[in-house]
Write a protein that binds this ligand. Sequence first.
Ligand SMILES: [Zn+2]
Length: 321
Amino acid sequence: MLFFIITIPLASNIYAQGNGVSNYKIYFGSCDYKNKEIIVIRQFSQSKKVFYIGIDVNDIKTLIISSDQIKLKPLSWKKILIDYKNTPYIKAVIASKRQSFEMQNSGISNGYPSEKGIVLTIDLCPSHKPLDRIIFTSLINEFNKYEKPLPLALSITGRFMITHSEDIQWLKNLEKEGYIAITWINHTYNHHYNPKLPLKNNFLLEPGVDINFEILGTEMALLENKLELSAFFRFPGLVSDRQLVEDITDYGLIPIGSDAWLAKGQVAHNGDIVLIHGNGNEPIGIKDFITLLQKEKSAITNKQWLLYDLRENVEDEFDKQ
Ligand SMILES: [Zn+2]
């Protein structure tokens, strides 16, 4: 007897749905748009029109541009890496590739000690628990008098978006009301993890993982939720190998490591990229973070200890070199 197992690939499903976005794919090229130098990294169709997702090579911000607004010059990623090697965006990509030899914590990190303050990254890995809203309310209470909107970088997974639509809406409202400004970091769709597997076969390194879906599926989900995607990426578990870093940067993305994962007892110093989890699974990290805020309270009051925007921080760092 023959059995036919029919599976509908989740990937093509996702690519086809929501907001009428279709044909979502990698597409590389360059263009000028409103006097900005742009590298295009994606193309998609919506309402019978073609759109591009571009990255401003100087400030690393994202733009969605209608194809009839620009004259696009198609370019290979290899050629972009050469032609734009002196821009903050491509310098950051190249720097992240150089920090790809360890199994954990590849990507941009190592802090910028000249800054008085930190870049705060909050990971939203898949979770059945609600968003730790106290992180955001504490931050707003402590900082908004001095910094408004407050820059935060949130590493988001596709699965978190599916199960936390109210939390996502709550964050969007905080942003709309001007309390916070979010940089959304791609943290993959499924965030594969198997506690029984060694690191070298775990997370994104697990055999059979569909990298293309993990990246593009998350970007599609961000578009569907009307959230702005960025050029930044964080490895689940901070686990990767050299080849994987190459694969991720080939999508035009910049992997972001961490200097201080508070729940692991690592201490935050000035200029650090600090990691906490906001998905309800890391109460110790949150406690440490609140303690850190209290410790820095007088410095915050004197505007000597600030939160920095990930994009501006990376731009500044690679502008200087
Ligand atoms: Zn994670």
